[in-house]
Design a protein around this ligand. Structure first.
Ligand code: UDX
Ligand code: ADP
Length: 471
């Protein structure tokens, strides 16, 4: 049998991965009907909103949706219809770290993947290519295949592919338009290879052939975890070095610049920071740790666990620097935190370093004023409540204020903490900020964002990650 020509795609899960990915597929493949389905009605309504008030903020996304929505891109809560009509289905549901039970704190919660898979098996009346898009532990495709095969109706066959997403938030649309690579994993049977070719043809509409890599199913699954683990490991490595810089007077920017010139190392992803966040790095490394332990490879597990531990250390080290610098106490002091998202150009707060830092400040009974250009207020309250379960929301609200501009946040504060690298924080009128702050006025730059010398000339006392005071 020849590979199926895909004309109808369904994506289960209208989140940060499924939404942008399938919107771009629709844009680039006008001959394919793409329906993105989700159980969350509010989310679907937002994707369908007449004024394009989409549920996620991503530069360039609105333009894509404007061009394709209603043409060959649809958003719906009718999951069953989406499944029934499609010849290829992306499973792009959430896979958070398990909070309880076996593997709690490490393993991925595959409940959503399993429920979506069972739904496909229950509803499908024709053969489907089922593509695992969510980040999942190795061998999840195998479980999906078992569920689908055990529940399929006569005459329906399911081919499983793994097609992990490598987009980064904030640059998702650019990453999707011009991916470094598209990875497709399949079983090495003829049917598996045919299914792989069907999906490769979809990407072939805009991705050069040499960038579409086809590998075995398990290699594909492991590659996703490996790529994120290696990226996170670079950040933990540079952050570990930033601690040495602070203690010795070396400058982490200079060190990163110097080592990045080695073409084997390269300059990217060497920016010291207050710690990495996001929905992927920590989750994927913990998955790798869990996998290594399950495979009786404790040394491998310990190696990767240390990447996450270094990240935790970096966040708490930063909070401690703030306390130490503010004369060993921040109780009752007023601190502005600029940025709540885990990185610039996104409204996503998952695992954001800001959350840990503000939790630490709250435990020290400081007053915190937060400003972020994109994060919703309700999200901030939810994140802080989860991070500080020993405090009631009422108590948190007594200590925390959310405002709508950086200047407002900094007014009358003793210290300003830069936690996310939003470009607008570099361009704040720091002279005005200084006039309106209590003195001495402290700035803690957790993102190597501002010109420290310029701020010092204005009068600020500036502390920057990875820069020692000693010469
Ligand atoms: C990451 C991967 O980059 C992407 O390929 C994968 O598909 C999903 O996970 P994302 O989490 O969206 O993407 O953002 P990324 O740009 O990788 O940043 C992750 C975190 O690392 C952010 O908190 C960022 O601020 C931090 N970071 C990144 C640094 O601290 N220093 C750097 O040099 C780079
Ligand atoms: P990611 O960052 O991986 O895209 P998100 O949490 O942003 O994760 O999105 C996952 C989406 O999947 C959520 O909107 C959730 O409602 C949806 N979802 C989870 N399970 C199902 C399911 N069985 N059917 C349809 N949608 C689902």
């Amino acid at each position: 049998m020849a590979p199926v020509k895909v004309t109808k795609i369904c994506c289960i899960g209208a989140g940060y991965v499924g939404g942008p990915t399938c919107a771009v597929i629709a844009l680039k493949c006008p001959h394919i009907t793409v329906t993105i389905v989700d159980l969350n009605k509010a989310r679907v309504d937002a994707w369908n909103s007449p004024d394009f008030d989409l549920p996620i903020y991503e530069p360039g996304l609105v333009d894509v949706v404007k061009q394709a929505r209603g043409r060959n891109l649809f958003f719906s809560t009718d999951v069953d219809k989406g499944i029934r009509e499609a010849d290829l289905i992306f499973v792009s549901v959430n896979t958070p770290t398990k909070k309880s039970g076996v593997g709690a704190g490490f393993a991925a919660d595959l409940n959503y993947v399993e429920l979506a898979t069972r739904r496909i098996a229950a509803v499908a009346t024709s053969s489907k290519i089922v593509v695992e898009k969510s980040t999942v532990p190795c061998r999840t495709a195998e479980s999906m295949r078992t569920i689908l095969e055990a529940n399929s109706k006569p005459g329906t066959r399911f081919d499983i592919l793994s097609n992990p997403e490598f987009l980064a938030e904030g640059t998702a649309i650019a990453d999707l338009f011009k991916p470094d690579r598209v990875l497709i994993g399949s079983l090495q049977s003829q049917e598996g290879k045919d299914a792989c070719q069907s999906l490769a043809e979809v990407y072939g509409n805009w991705v050069p052939e040499e960038r579409v890599l086809t590998v075995g199913l398990w290699s594909s699954e492991l590659s996703k975890l490996a790529a994120n683990a290696m990226l996170a490991q670079r950040i933990s490595s540079i952050n570990a070095l930033s601690a040495i810089c602070e203690a010795t007077g070396a400058n982490i920017d200079e060190v990163a610049h110097a080592i990045g010139f080695d073409s084997r190392i390269g300059p990217k992803f060497l920016r010291a920071s207050v710690g990495f966040g996001g929905s992927c790095f920590q989750k994927d490394i913990l998955n790798l740790v869990y996998l290594s332990e399950s495979l009786h490879l404790p040394q491998v597990a310990a190696y990767w666990r240390q990447v996450v531990e270094m990240n935790e250390y970096q966040k708490s080290r930063f909070s401690k620097t703030v306390v130490d610098t503010l004369f060993n106490t921040i109780t009752g002091k007023h601190i502005a935190v600029l940025g709540f998202a885990f990185k610039a150009d996104t409204g996503d707060t998952r695992e954001s370093a800001s959350i840990s830092i503000i939790r630490d400040f709250l435990q020290e009974r400081a007053y915190v004023t937060i400003y972020d250009p994109k994060v919703e207020e309700a999200q901030i309250w939810q994140d802080l409540s989860e991070a500080a379960p020993n405090l009631t929301l009422e108590t948190i609200k007594k200590q925390v204020t959310i405002v709508h501009s950086a200047l407002e946040a900094c007014q009358q504060k003793e210290a300003v903490v830069i936690a996310t690298e939003w470009k607008e924080f570099r361009e704040i009128d720091w002279e005005t900020v200084y006039q309106n702050m209590s003195k001495p006025a402290f700035v803690f730059d957790g993102r190597l964002l501002v010109d420290a010398d310029k701020l010092r000339k204005i009068g600020f006392k500036v502390t920057t990650i990875g820069r020692g005071e000693r010469l």
